[in-house]
Design a protein around this ligand. Structure first.
Ligand code: URP
Ligand code: ZN
Ligand code: ZN
Ligand code: ZN
Length: 453
C-alpha cells in the first residue's frame, strides 16, 4: 500500500463517518474501520476531515480577454488550485473562427499538458458553427470533451440562433451546454448612456449590467432549452430572478442546472463603490443583498447544483486601465484557491452542512460533467483527497496565495478551518501552506458524457 490515512472523518453528500482510507497506485483501494499501518506512508488524521478534492468546473487560465491575458497560466492556476484543495479544474477553450472543436482542444491542451499540476478537463466555448463546424461538437465528445459553452455577451458571444443550434446538437450527442447569460444589447445601450454622461467609475459597470440584464437572459436561455427539452447549465448565476426562473423550470421537470460562485455569496454590488472597486469587476457583476441572500437560499433548497470560481485574474496595472472608464477594466477575479476553504468555512460555521459543501464542490460537478473517477471518497475513485483541519483559522492575504496575480478580492476575508493537505491521485501536492506538486503531473480527463446527475 502506498498510503493509509487513519482516523479521519470522511464526508460524502449523504454520510459522515470515521474510517481509514487506503491508497495504492493513485486509487482509493479500501475504506475500513482499521486498516493497520502496513503502507509506505501512514498519516494520522485524528480530529481532521477527509474530503474528496474539489472540482472547479469554471476557470479561465491564460485566457485572452480585453486586450490582455488572464494572469494565471496553466501552471500557476493549477498550483493555486491544489493549495486550496481543488484537484480538478475545468478550463474554457475559446474556439477560433473556422476552427473545429477538436483542433481547439488540441491547441490548448498543448499549452496545458506540460504545465498542469492537477488533473484538468475542458469545455469549449463555441463561436462558429458555420460550414459544418456544428458537427465537430460530436467529434469533440468522442475525443473526451462532452461539455460546451455559449456566451450571450462579449465580442465572442453568439446569437440566440447559434445558441439554439448548439443546444440541439448537444442533445443529439449527450453533451452539456453551459451558458453565460446576460443581455448584450441592454448592456450596450446602458454603457453608452453612462459613458456619454461622464459616469465612468466601476460602479457603472454594475449599473450597466444590473439584476434585470442577467435575469432576462436567464429566462430567455431557459426558454430556449425548454423549447428543445434539452439540458442546460447556467454558469455563475448571480441574481434573484434567475434563481426563480431556475426554480420554475425545475419544478416543471426540466433539467436546468445552476452554478454560482463564492464571490456572489460573499460580496454585493456595494464593492463597486470602493476605491479598489475595479478589482471586483467581473461579469456578471456582484448584485444587491437580495440576490446574495437568494443565492444562499437557493443552495439550501437544492436549486444550485455546483459551486465554481470563474477564476480569471488580472494584475493591478491591467485593472488600472479602467480607472477612468469602466469598459476598459478586464473582467474577472481570482478565486481558484478560495472556493473550497470558503464553502467549508460556511459549513464549519453552520450555514450549510459539510455534506452539502462536498456535494456542491466535488460530487455534483463530477457527476454532471462525467468525471467518473472523481468526486467522492469511495473505493475505485482516484485518490484526490483533502485533509481538512476544522480548527485552523485562516485569514486570506495575497502573499499566502499561490496564484501569479498581485492582488485578490478575498484579501482580509477570514475563514474558519482550512485544508492541511491535498493529494492528487495519491501524490501529496500541498501541505501546511506549501505547494509540493509538480508541473506536468496533471492529466487530461477524458469524459464520455455529461449531464447525468
Ligand atoms: O468576468 C468574467 N467572468 N470574466 C471571465 C469570462 C466570463 O464571463 O466567464
Ligand atoms: Zn461568464
Ligand atoms: Zn467565466
Ligand atoms: Zn507557498
Amino acid at each position: 500500500m502506498d498510503l493509509i490515512i487513519k482516523n479521519g472523518t470522511i464526508v460524502s453528500p449523504t454520510a459522515t463517518f470515521k474510517a481509514d482510507v487506503c491508497v495504492d497506485n493513485g486509487k482509493i483501494v479500501a475504506i475500513t474501520a482499521d486498516a493497520g499501518t502496513d503502507a509506505d506512508k501512514v498519516v494520522d488524521a485524528s480530529g481532521k476531515m477527509v474530503l474528496p478534492g474539489a472540482i472547479d468546473a469554471h476557470t479561465h487560465l491564460a485566457m485572452p480577454f480585453g486586450g490582455t491575458i488572464s494572469s494565471d497560466d496553466y501552471y500557476a492556476g493549477t498550483r493555486a488550485a491544489a493549495c486550496g484543495g481543488t484537484t480538478t479544474v475545468f478550463d474554457f477553450i475559446l474556439q477560433d473562427f473556422g476552427e473545429t472543436m477538436v483542433d481547439a482542444i488540441k491547441r490548448r491542451d498543448a499549452l496545458c499538458a506540460p504545465d498542469a499540476a492537477v488533473d484538468y478537463a475542458f469545455h469549449v466555448a463555441v463561436k462558429d458553427v458555420s460550414n459544418g463546424l456544428i458537427d465537430t461538437i460530436e467529434d469533440a465528445v468522442n475525443y473526451g470533451v462532452s461539455s460546451f459553452k455559449v456566451f450571450m455577451v462579449y465580442d465572442f458571444g453568439v446569437t440566440d440562433g447559434v445558441f439554439y443550434k448548439v443546444l440541439e446538437k448537444a442533445k443529439s450527442c449527450g453533451a452539456m451546454i453551459s451558458v453565460h447569460a446576460e443581455n448584450k444589447q441592454l448592456i450596450d445601450v446602458l454603457t453608452e448612456r453612462y459613458l456619454s454622461e461622464g459616469k465612468t467609475s466601476a460602479w457603472y459597470h454594475y449599473m450597466s449590467r444590473p439584476e434585470f440584464v442577467e435575469g432576462e437572459a436567464d429566462i430567455r436561455a431557459i426558454q430556449l432549452a425548454k423549447s428543445l427539452d434539452s439540458k442546460l447549465y447556467i454558469v455563475h448565476l448571480a441574481n434573484k430572478e434567475g434563481v426563480q426562473a431556475v426554480e420554475r423550470a425545475r419544478n416543471e421537470g426540466y433539467q436546468i442546472y445552476a452554478e454560482t460562485c463564492p464571490q456572489y455569496l460573499e460580496f454585493t454590488s456595494e464593492v463597486y463603490k470602493r476605491a479598489d472597486g475595479r478589482n471586483f469587476v467581473c461579469s456578471p457583476p456582484m448584485k444587491g443583498e437580495e440576490s446574495r441572500l437568494a443565492l444562499w437560499e437557493a443552495i439550501k433548497k437544492g436549486l444550485i447544483t455546483t459551486i465554481a470560481t470563474d477564476h480569471c485574474p488580472f494584475r493591478s496595472y491591467e485593472k488600472d486601465w479602467g480607472k477612468d472608464d469602466f469598459t476598459k477594466i478586464p473582467n474577472g477575479c481570482a478565486g481558484i484557491e478560495n472556493m473550497y476553504p470558503y464553502m467549508l468555512s460556511a459549513a464549519n460555521e453552520g450555514k450549510i452542512t459539510f455534506n452539502k459543501a462536498v456535494e456542491l464542490c466535488s460530487y455534483n460537478p463530477a457527476k454532471i460533467f462525467g468525471c467518473d473517477a472523481k468526486g467522492a471518497i469511495e473505493v475505485g475513485k482516484d485518490a484526490d483527497i483533502v485533509i481538512y483541519d476544522p480548527t485552523k483559522d485562516f485569514t486570506i492575504t495575497n502573499d499566502k496565495m499561490h496564484s501569479d496575480c498581485d492582488h485578490t478580492i478575498w484579501e482580509g476575508i477570514k475563514v474558519k478551518g482550512y485544508p492541511e493537505a491535498t493529494y492528487s491521485r495519491g501524490k501529496l501536492v500541498f501541505k501546511d501552506g506549501e505547494f509540493l506538486g509538480e508541473r506536468g503531473w496533471g492529466k487530461f480527463i477524458k469524459r464520455s458524457s455529461s449531464g447525468n446527475l
